[in-house]
Structures are given as C-alpha cells and as structure tokens.
Design a protein around this ligand. Structure first.
Ligand SMILES: CC(C)(COP(=O)(O)OP(=O)(O)OC[C@H]1O[C@@H](n2cnc3c(N)ncnc32)[C@H](O)[C@@H]1OP(=O)(O)O)[C@@H](O)C(=O)NCCC(=O)NCCS
Length: 201
C-alpha cells in the first residue's frame, strides 16, 4: 500500500519492522524520529575511522545528528535506524540507512554523462552504514528489504548509490551486487576508483 509523506509523519509505524542478524539478535528498524538525536549522535560519534573512510554523506557527529532530527521531512528523505539488539541495548542505534527521495546534482550529472538520465520523481538515493560492532553479521542485509519496501511505497522505481561505491570497498560492492544493483559506470574521485550502481525495484 502506498504512503504519502503526511501519512508517514502522522504514523511512521507501517514502515517499521523487526529484523534479525545472522546470530538471531533482534533489531527494530524504523524511520528516524525527532526524538532520536541523542542515540543517533552516539552512533555517529562511535563510528571507527575505517567506516568514516568509506562513508561520508554528511558530518558524522552528535551536532549533525541534532540537526537531522530537528529537520525531519519525509517528503525529501527517509532515514532508517536499526535499534538494538532488543535483548541487550534496545535504545542503541546499530545501523543507519539514508534513502533520499530524488537525486543529488553530482550523481545526476555522472549518469547523464553516460546517457543514463535519472528521473528525480521515481529515483531514490541510498547510503548505508552499520555500527562497526555489528558489521558483517547480517544486519545490513536484514535492514535493506525494509528500506526497499519503503522506497516502493513512496513511489520509487529505482535506487542509486549516493556518490557511488569505492572500488576499494569490496564488502559494500558485494552487498550491492547481492541485492541486484547493476554497475552503470566507473569514475575517479577522492583519489580512488568508484562505481555508480543502480537497483531497479
Ligand atoms: C556495507 C554495510 C552497510 C553492509 O552491512 P553489513 O551488516 O556489514 O552487511 P552483511 O553482514 O549483511 O553482508 C555483508 C556481505 O559482505 C560479504 N563480505 C564481507 N567482506 C567482504 C569482502 N572483503 N569482499 C566481498 N564480500 C565481503 C559478507 O560475506 C556478506 O555477504 P553474504 O551476505 O553474501 O554472506 C556495512 O558493512 C558498513 O556499514 N560498511 C561501512 C560503511 C560502508 O561501506 N557503507 C557503504 C558505502 S558505499
């Protein structure tokens, strides 16, 4: 069933879901709310350098978490957090996935260069990160279907990667390929090769 931003703002719970990682830890995946600033800030502040090296959609600190939570607008972006595990730290953020509704100019330009223009009204832009403690444990894979379900319900037909994925990030490339993302082009940025990938929903 499709949802409008107003409906989501009134009740985001239809986009929430309980998921489990590979070891059976249960997490609640739900859209970010304006009361999540402290937990999100702790999550950002605790990200290790290895994650920051490959993930930089915006400043990753508690000040920016505050800004994001004050400016929630479900008409322009859905940000999902995974809280848990339920049995240990139910209030702790263990994963964060951005789903922007639309395309950033830099990403749009690269797709245009290879004759692959993107329709802003049906495209979403994705950027995921899982807490270092929980990486490679199946949490990202469990969260992703919650995000794609939401993308469909807000009328999106395809998802691209925010700023592509670095060639020297084989885990993320495997993750995207596993879920059916297709490579569109390569490009050089930040001193490394990167790949633009798209998923048709
Ligand atoms: C990318 C990310 C979100 C994936 O979430 P996750 O919870 O770690 O992912 P999962 O455990 O569900 O899946 C990881 C997969 O990568 C595989 N993998 C791990 N290391 C790998 C490597 N070096 N090369 C190839 N595949 C690798 C795992 O085997 C697993 O695949 P499988 O499900 O087929 O067995 C997470 O690792 C992360 O936050 N990384 C740092 C930030 C980042 O890279 N963000 C993306 C930027 S484009």
């Amino acid at each position: 069933m499709s949802l409008t931003p107003t409906q989501i703002a009134a009740d985001p719970s239809p986009l929430a879901s309980e998921v489990s990682d590979r070891e059976g830890h249960v997490f609640l995946v739900r859209p970010l709310r304006n009361t999540d600033a402290t937990a999100l800030g702790v999550f950002f502040d605790s990200l290790a350098d290895a994650s920051r090296r490959v993930y930089g959609p915006h400043p990753l600190n508690c000040e920016h978490a505050q800004v994001l939570c004050e400016q929630i607008d479900y008409a322009t972006s859905l940000r999902f957090i995974a809280l848990g595990p339920a049995s240990e730290t139910p209030e702790q953020v263990a994963g964060y996935m951005i789903l922007e509704l639309g395309v950033r100019p830099g990403d749009a330009g690269r797709y245009r260069e290879v004759d692959h223009p993107l329709d802003d009204t049906i495209t979403a832009t994705f950027a995921p990160v899982v807490a270092d403690r929980w990486q490679e444990n199946g949490l990202g894979s469990a969260m992703f279907p919650v995000v794609t379900d939401a993308a469909r319900r807000v009328g999106r037909q395809q998802i691209i990667l925010m700023g592509g994925v670095r060639d020297d990030n084989p885990r993320a490339r495997h993750f995207y390929e596993k879920f059916g993302f297709e490579r569109i082009r390569g490009f050089f940025a930040g001193g490394v090769d990167n790949h633009d990938m798209i998923l048709h929903l």
